[in-house]
Write a protein that binds this ligand. Structure first.
Ligand code: AMP
Length: 251
């Protein structure tokens, strides 16, 4: 039987009764096969698997994006059951933010680049909620997608900086057969936009330089936030109609 726990205190009571190693997959719901890959990985490496579903308002810099964020609770629950998840932490805002976000976790350098440069406060919201979730769930391992590579890197850094006894496990990006990175936001694309969207991955994998990639995406009708090479990785964020998509590849 899967447990659905709607408050940190209920979750902690359940957590105290668990034995063995706990693997944790934090999400914002609207689950797809990318999330499922994280869950499967967690299931194969741990005694207990915890999934969280929380659309975290503090990480949204755009109110409309938050309002329109898809919610598919019934399907999410079915996917969790099908993958033998032990518990879902599915909390509400007031119980996650008893301080109403007076306290936050901030990283001051890397979080100002890439997505951080275009989404003010985004990574403060992400790091703060993940810190909360880690303290509630107390996992030994936590699974994050390389789809959000900057996020995964910042969370790894937070765990090291605060000596949190948690191993952050990166999981490779799961893609559609046409290359488009799976994302909960893809369901908000119109059919025409959905046909255009794979161009993001195609372009960043084939263009010689980041500038070339940005130019050809703009020419194809995308509103490009950035294409940037850092180290051996190329990062992109671009708007297609009302939807903002991100991706990254090793170069
Ligand atoms: P989200 O619900 O979008 O916040 O994502 C929850 C977790 O799933 C994050 O660690 C994401 O990086 C990961 N994730 C989302 N999409 C994918 C994907 N296509 N492939 C791998 N991991 C993903």
């Amino acid at each position: 039987m899967i447990e659905v726990l709607r408050s940190p205190s209920d979750f902690k009571a359940w957590r105290q009764k668990q034995k063995g190693q706990v693997g944790f997959v934090p999400t914002m719901g609207a689950l797809h096969s990318g999330h499922e890959e994280l869950i499967k990985r967690a299931r194969s490496e741990n005694d207990v698997v915890v999934l969280s579903i929380f659309v975290n308002p503090t990480q949204f810099d755009d109110a409309a994006d938050f309002e329109k964020y898809p919610a598919t609770w019934e399907q999410d629950l079915e996917m969790a059951k099908a993958n033998n998840v032990d518990a879902i932490l599915y909390p509400r805002y007031p119980e996650m933010y008893p301080d109403n976000y007076r306290y936050k976790v901030t990283e001051k350098e890397y979080s100002n680049l890439l997505d951080g440069a275009h989404r003010p406060g985004h990574f403060d919201g992400v790091l703060s909620v993940v810190m909360k979730l880690f303290n509630i769930v107390a996992p030994q391992k936590a699974y994050f997608g390389e789809k959000d590579f900057q996020q995964m890197t910042l969370i790894k850094g937070m765990v090291e900086s605060f000596f949190m006894p948690i191993e952050v496990v990166p999981v490779a990006t799961v893609r559609e057969s046409d290359g488009l990175a799976k994302s909960s936001r893809n369901m908000r694309l119109t059919p025409t936009e959905r046909e255009q969207a794979p161009l993001i991955y195609k372009t960043i994998t084939t263009a010689k330089t980041a500038e070339d990639a940005a130019k050809s995406l703009s020419a194809a009708g995308f509103k490009v936030d950035y294409v940037t090479d850092i180290g051996n990785r190329r990062y992109v964020a671009a708007h297609l109609g009302a939807v903002r998509l991100i991706d990254n590849v090793q170069i």
